[in-house]
Ligand binder design. Structure first.
Ligand SMILES: Cc1cc2nc3c(=O)[nH]c(=O)nc-3n(C[C@H](O)[C@H](O)[C@H](O)COP(=O)(O)O)c2cc1C
Length: 169
């Protein structure tokens, strides 16, 4: 599978089989995050791999989204330097973590696995469940597992709507 095929095939998966994720597949997904670029190559991130059923349930509750605990693995992406801002005014951490997590979503497709970005959750509750220090920022919960459904593609804006030639208009 090439990158374009992975990009076209990826869907947000909200239903998972109970079948465990083989360790070598999980490792490939995590390796994709490890190789992601980051500002100044600082790699100020941690990825907490949660397999324990009770903890997955607690994370689901922290997000108020029941489907999350169905996945046999939840990868929790944590930014270790959430205060740093680039000269552009854009915070590093959101970009760094977004790229790393997107790498994982695409690597998962190649492994026949599904994921879903979960950005809506209680920061405090997730930190409490996993013992994450207050000064860090939890950016994404990423359920990972074999998909139990096959959603079709969601619509996207046309290129003409989102691309400008030379000037902004
Ligand atoms: C930053 C971000 C936050 C998201 N948060 C959630 C979420 O909390 N729960 C959820 O079910 N999906 C969430 N999604 C998934 C989006 O709803 C989904 O990507 C979008 O509808 C397009 O569908 P597709 O991923 O299948 O192409 C999030 C996606 C992104 C990029």
């Amino acid at each position: 599978m090439n990158v374009h095929q992975a990009i076209k095939t990826r869907r947000s998966i909200r239903s998972y089989k109970a079948e465990p994720v083989p360790e070598e597949k999980l490792k490939k997904v995590l390796e994709a995050a490890r190789l992601a670029p980051s500002a100044h190559n600082e790699q100020e991130w941690k990825f907490v791999v949660v397999r324990d059923a009770e903890r997955r349930e607690q994370l689901s509750e922290a997000a108020g989204q029941g489907f999350i605990s169905e996945a046999p693995v939840i990868i929790v992406a944590v930014a270790l330097d959430p205060e740093e801002v680039m000269s552009s005014g854009v915070p590093n951490y959101a970009i760094d973590l977004a790229i790393a997590v997107d790498h994982m979503t695409l690597a998962a497709v190649e492994e026949g696995l599904g994921t879903c970005w979960v950005g809506a959750f209680s920061q405090e509750k997730v930190k409490k469940v996993l013992g994450i220090p207050e000064r860090y920022k939890v950016v994404v919960l990423l359920p990972l597992g074999f998909p139990a459904d096959k959603p079709g593609p969601k619509s996207r804006k046309n290129l003409e709507e989102i691309v400008c030639d030379e000037n902004y208009y």
